[in-house]
Design a protein around this ligand. Sequence first.
Ligand code: FDM
Ligand code: MG
Length: 244
Amino acid sequence: MSKRGAFVVIEGLDRSGKSTQAATLIKRLQESNVPSKLIKFPDRTTPIGKLIDSYLRSETELDDHAIHLLFSANRWEVASSIVKDLENGTTVICDRYAFSGIAFSASKVDPSSKPVDTSTSDGSSVAPTHSTRPPLLPYSWCRAPDVSLPAPDLTLFLDILPHIASQRAGYGGERYENQEHQERVRELFSRIAEEVEAEGVGRWVVLDGGLELKEVEEAIWREVKEALRGGDDGELGSVKRLWD
Ligand code: FDM
Ligand code: MG
């Protein structure tokens, strides 16, 4: 059997540079004659993806549970083709994956809910914010629909502070692109990173997305070359599943 391809996911907040870096990475892989393919979630081209697109543009309202399941279904639509590609020796670069699914949904709050506790030690109270309201969807519920999807060998998390991201071009056009929500998304990504490490679901590497493009590109390239070698034992082994 030929050596299988590596499954590399790029994650981060909106405007962290994921899509730019994914495009550069695929170009470099192809120049190095590594069979590779770029995919992205949400894939807005499928029938499910079109519903997601319309929701993100705020043209459609959907129940929060329903949209979460659609995002997951949008991954299940191509799960078997990802495994097939990897087994045929193609390296798959994936712009967002199940980790975005958990982080963006589990960070939602009901704006009309009662804040958790906004009283201060002197008895006065502060205005409730996104982070003082209880979550709308339980974390474990958000994680469940993606169980058994192919697990990445490497996840590159492009870390950026929400207020820096918000100054980048193109920010603010879609649902979720506001600083309060993104602060909470960033906290959830740290929780996910801990679980990925604890459960050995591939490697999770945090890269500083605030650096110059070229520096981020080089850091990504170093990590991907290592992943292609198969890590410490030089063996990628069979494709693992989230979260087992
Ligand atoms: N997003 C993305 C989710 O809420 N759940 C998911 O499962 C995925 C893959 O969709 F705000 C959110 C993240 C982002 C939005 O993503 C659209 P792009 O990368 O900007 O198209
Ligand atoms: Mg976006």
